[in-house]
Design a protein around this ligand. Structure first.
Ligand code: FES
Ligand code: FES
Length: 166
C-alpha cells in the first residue's frame, strides 16, 4: 500500500507501485483536471506540485510519492478567492482550448513560490510546458502580473501547499 496526501487529504493506494501518479489522480481519485497529453514526460499537461516542486505526474510512479504532499489544479483556491496566479490567468485571458492550462498554472504556481519575481529568462527556464494553441505570450504576461500582485497582496500559492515563449 502506498500512502500520500493530495490537496490536504490522505490517500491510500493498493495499485502497483510503478503505476504513474497521473493514473491515480485521474482514474482512482477522479481528479480529471490534471491532463494526459503525451504520456512520456514532454508536454507538461500532467504537471502537479509534489512537495513544492512542479513534476510531470505521468512520469512519477506512486511509490515515489509515498508520504509526500501533492497539489493538483483542484487544490488551488476556489474561483471566489483566486490565488494571484489564477486571477492573473483570468485577467490576461490566457487559455484558448484549455487543455494544457492546468499544467501551465501548476508550473507557474511552483515557479512563483520559489521565485516571487521571475525574469523572462526564469520563466523560459521553468515553463517548458507545450501549448498547441500558442498561448505562450499570455502565459508570460500572466506570470509577470501575478508576480506584481504578490509583491503587494495575495500569496502566489494556494493554502494546500507549491510557461513559455513569445
Ligand atoms: S502527459 Fe505527462 S508530460 Fe505529457
Ligand atoms: S490552450 Fe490549447 S493547448 Fe494550450
Amino acid at each position: 500500500m502506498t500512502k500520500f496526501v493530495v490537496n490536504g487529504h490522505e490517500f491510500e493506494s493498493n495499485d502497483p507501485p510503478d503505476m504513474p501518479l497521473l493514473w491515480a489522480l485521474r482514474d482512482r481519485l477522479k481528479m480529471t483536471g490534471t491532463k494526459f497529453g503525451c504520456g512520456i514526460g514532454l508536454c507538461g499537461a500532467c504537471t502537479v506540485i509534489i512537495d513544492g516542486q512542479a513534476k510531470r505526474s505521468c512520469q512519477v510512479p506512486i511509490s515515489n510519492v509515498a508520504g509526500k504532499a501533492i497539489t493538483t489544479i483542484e487544490g488551488l483556491a476556489p474561483i471566489e478567492t483566486p490565488t494571484a496566479i489564477q486571477a492573473a490567468w483570468i485577467a490576461e485571458q490566457v487559455p484558448q482550448c484549455g487543455y494544457c492550462q492546468s499544467g501551465m498554472i501548476m508550473a507557474a504556481t511552483a515557479l512563483l513560490a520559489r521565485k516571487p519575481n521571475p525574469s523572462d529568462a526564469d520563466i523560459d527556464e521553468a515553463m517548458t510546458n507545450i501549448c498547441r494553441c500558442g498561448t505562450y505570450p499570455r502565459v508570460r504576461r500572466a506570470i509577470h502580473r501575478a508576480a506584481g500582485a504578490t509583491a503587494s497582496a495575495q500569496p502566489a500559492i494556494a493554502p494546500a501547499t507549491g510557461a513559455a515563449h513569445e
